[in-house]
Design a protein around this ligand. Structure first.
Ligand code: ZN
Length: 272
């Protein structure tokens, strides 16, 4: 009995020791994992880009939709010094190599690999084709988002956030500098007209006081294509609608006649 009691501290000590050893090993394992993780981080940091692909894409969409149709109309050539020029979008080449095969299939134009969603293709570009990014110039279109009203494109359906006068002033300044650099007024009538247009289309809305909206001069004629499609659809559906109304009315008439007949027969049978 005494021997058994004496063995208890030894057992406890052994248990503590084994727990400690196990714990130490776990810590070692953890640090090993952490080590590889930092290594991986170092690896990805090498081609980490401090420019949002998504916001750059929105900025490009705005340029394409609300600026380029007017630039083309004026037959004006935007200088590559202008930050709105496609050469100054570091993601442009990759974006142009996106193939949208169908709803759930996106293909890489460089290596033809397929993905289920655009975001996976984006990740693939980041991991496999980062060498194609326009590093030397380092131009980030997302940086112009303030001036170009990217948030308005994203939050068009959400409620408006409170206007910050300092941010509005900063964006207005950036917007004006874009107008000055891209459409210098001393470079002919087209440039002057586009300069004026740019101020009205993008810069005027950078204020907290007036109720001015961006893109006041409209955008691509794409909306009219949509309008046309809706019109065609309505014209096609209209006869169908009238047919249904006609059939419904005919049915109603028949029903009323039936009711009348039933009432009549009812009245006839009552006296007897
Ligand atoms: Zn690829």
């Amino acid at each position: 009995m005494g021997g058994a009691v004496g063995a208890i501290p030894i057992l406890v000590a052994a248990l503590v020791l084994s727990l400690c050893l196990h714990g130490c090993r776990s810590v070692q394992e953890l640090s090993g994992v952490a080590g590889t993780r930092t290594h991986l981080q170092d690896d990805t940091k090498k081609h980490e880009v401090h420019c949002s692909r998504e916001r750059s894409r929105i900025a490009w969409k705005i340029i394409e939709e609300y600026l380029m149709p007017f630039v083309e109309q004026e037959q004006y050539e935007i200088s590559s010094k202008c930050r709105l020029h496609s050469d100054n979008d570091m993601f442009r080449e990759q974006e142009q190599h996106k193939i949208h095969v169908e709803t759930n299939e996106w293909r890489c134009g460089f290596c033809k690999k397929s993905f289920r969603a655009e975001k996976f293709l984006d990740q693939h570009f980041d991991n496999r084709h980062y060498n194609l990014l326009n590093y030397s110039q380092g131009q980030c279109l997302a940086d112009l988002c303030g001036a170009l009203h990217c948030d308005r494109m994203v939050e068009s359906k959400k409620s408006k956030t409170k206007c910050n006068p300092a941010a509005a002033a900063r964006n207005h300044h950036l917007c004006e500098s874009l107008a000055d650099n891209c459409f210098p007024t001393n470079q002919g009538h087209s440039a002057s007209r586009l300069h004026e247009f740019f101020l009205r289309q993008f810069c005027d809305a950078h204020t907290c006081t007036g109720g001015k909206k961006p893109f006041s001069r409209g955008g691509k004629k794409q909306s009219s294509v949509l309008y046309l499609a809706v019109c065609i659809l309505i014209v096609m559906l209209l006869p169908l609608f009238y047919l249904m109304v006609y059939l419904h009315q005919r049915e109603m008439k028949k029903h009323i006649q039936d009711l009348k007949r039933i009432r009549k027969t009812g009245q006839k049978t009552k006296p007897s």
